[in-house]
Design a binder for this molecule. Sequence first.
Ligand SMILES: [Zn+2]
Length: 414
Amino acid sequence: MASVSSKELYEFKKTLKELANKRGRGTELVSVYIPPTKQLSDVGKHMRDEMGQSANIKSKQTRKNVQSAIAVILESIKLYRQPPENGLVLFVGMIPKGGPGTEKMEKYILEPPEPVQTYWYKCNNEFFVEPLEYMIEEHDVYGVAVIDRNEATYGTLKGKRENILGHLTSGVPGKHKAGGQSQRRFDRVIEDLAHQFLKRIGDHMNEAYLPLKDDLKGIILGGPGFTKKDFYDGDYLQYELKDKVISIVDTSYTGEEGIREVITKSADDLENLDVMHEKKLVQRFIKELIKTKGLASYGEDEVRRNLTMGAVDVLLLSEDLGSMRKKFTCSGCGNEEFITVKSQAEADNLHKKCPNCGENLKESGSVDLDDEFVELAEEMNTDVEFISTETEEGMQIFRAFGGIAAILRYYVDY
Ligand SMILES: [Zn+2]
């Protein structure tokens, strides 16, 4: 899979949000999802079929609009010999700008960050963005392993997709009753075989997971019986991987069925993990903040200054910041002033005078404040973490620090 930067993802999310809010006058907005393996000639044939079908649409306006949308799609796919690496997603339709008669044809052609899995054609009064939303929601990868004394299965979980990476069997014989001296020797042999098996599991899992280390958000171990616990306690996993183990759950099954059982049983843990990640970040920020010469900074102006200097390691931005960065230009001397406002109404009511010549300042540009910060962060290789307002810590960033905070790379003195 092509990896996507946080900025690309952020922009993709933003586009999706805009698309999700668009409404057609009738059921006339067309969405088409084309997997990378799909023949475009088949898509073309299907579009022509749909064009024929649309003759049955009762409303003359809707019929006309659906047909124009399909025509645009046919034109658009002609530009490709085959779908791009991850396939193609098209959203086409007449979007009203105001009252009747203000509709304008809009066309969006997206190359998604991950392969399109299923071919879709949908015609509705809104665009069908759910598969794309699902695609960007599921970027976290977890390791999942099910271990008992007889077998071990390990794989990854990405969103709702599981991927089995390996399966091992132990060949350790079951309990044997010999009695006396030979029983003890036999027990020792079995113990040794069990240890060998755990070591083999560890080696295989290390080999499979270490290359994914930076993407793995956590590892969950499961299985019936005590072996999974012995495996965890025995340091068979490389220490960085062991640190990532977030829970150990009991299952009734082993193998792939056991993996699915672990996933079902861990759903809450996985959801909490996002919350934990956020809490930890905010706590790290607060810890730095209360130190003398701590590596923390907050507030729009201060963080912007630190970002521009390249001093920010992690930028914490509240989701739905809502503010806008406005550029005002003086009609007299051309002087430019930048002012942050919470709403357009606030900008309209500013009536600022130029500090140089006293003429009126006129709005001459606008950018969302979070866009500006994400852009600055990208230039300086700063990680951006969006903080929800659903946790107490997240709320703190929003309320007490104006939704903009930073963990610094080095101490900055003013
Ligand atoms: Zn002026």
